[in-house]
Write a new protein. Structure first.
Length: 87
């Protein structure tokens, strides 16, 4: 059986790991948003004429939303599996 101290240490470690992972996921999501902003700016300043600009920007927004949702779901699944925190 695990001692009380071991359980407490495990609990604190899991909280800290979850926090660090969540921070990492947020960082990745922010990087994706920055890339999308850069693409948006490049498209808006491009000399090439886009006939379906609204469709392009709508598609980019949908893809961004899907990627962020997938990242959040993957992170949630990862955190819920305690075996991911053991060697």
């Amino acid at each position: 059986m695990k001692s009380r101290q071991a359980k407490e240490l495990e609990y604190k470690l899991n909280l800290e790991l979850k926090d660090k992972l969540n921070t990492g996921i947020v960082d990745v999501a922010e990087q994706i948003q920055n890339m999308i902003r850069m693409i948006d700016i490049k498209l808006k300043t491009s000399k090439a004429i886009l006939t379906n600009q609204d469709e392009v920007f709508s598609d980019i927004a949908q893809q961004k939303h899907s990627i962020i949702r997938e990242l959040q779901e993957s992170f949630k699944d990862f955190v819920q599996k305690s075996e991911n925190f053991y060697d």
